[in-house]
Ligand binder design. Sequence first.
Ligand code: R5P
Length: 266
Amino acid sequence: MDFGMKNRLSNIINPKTGKTVMLAVDHGYFQGPTTGLKDLRKTVTPLLPLTDCLFITRGMLRTSIDPRSATPICLRVSGGPSVLGELSNEDITTSIEEAIRLNASGVGMSIFVGSKNEDRTISNLGRLVNEAERYGIPVLAITAVGREMVRDARYLSLACRIAAEIGAHFVKTYYCEDFYKIAEGCPVPIVMAGGKKIPERDALQMTFNAIKEGASGVDMGRNIFQSDNPVGMVKAIRAIVHKGASVDEAFEIYSKNKLSSQVVTE
Ligand code: R5P
């Protein structure tokens, strides 16, 4: 691995802890104005200093993020279909040149293993890796789960391993029972996506389990920005990911932060 690649990866994954807390706010690229992200700037601005890396599309980066922010960017570079269409019908939408212009530390795209267009999304990943490596830019492969797929360790292990074999430098996948089996079969770092909003304590428990079972962090969206206390949730997640906090300790961080923000706003 050359200097540029290592340097950018260490912008994303903290070399001191070997972990990362990424904030995913790319949902609009196929879902439109997702709950919590209608005013993306308002939602994200207070979370940016607490985030190791922001996962976002170029359109929202250009329009809604202060370019003076020091938070590293991982750019979502795939898209195509909307939530109303065939989700696996994705292609690369954003060039490496654009990623460099936007000073991205990494680029990310989805693969749809087992879905209608799995082969095209996997070969697109290969092409993206070829191009990104020319400039020392790490590639995040996201194992998108088609409506017809089951989110279990067997399926997600298959998808993560394929992503790594094709050359992804890190992989994002969902949590499931026996998550450790996914981590065991995947030679590159795995970050956990949060999935649909669940109660805060459950999201913290899921984070704790994923880290214990081999994840290198999270790239979480809805369980942070749809929380009643997004700042408290990021702080709590950071405590688990970077400091090895227990679920009780993390939940206390979330709850205390909620109380103090209520005191300030009331
Ligand atoms: C899918 O829309 C994206 O890849 C998200 O970045 C990913 O699912 C993480 O967001 P969440 O934690 O809301 O699932």
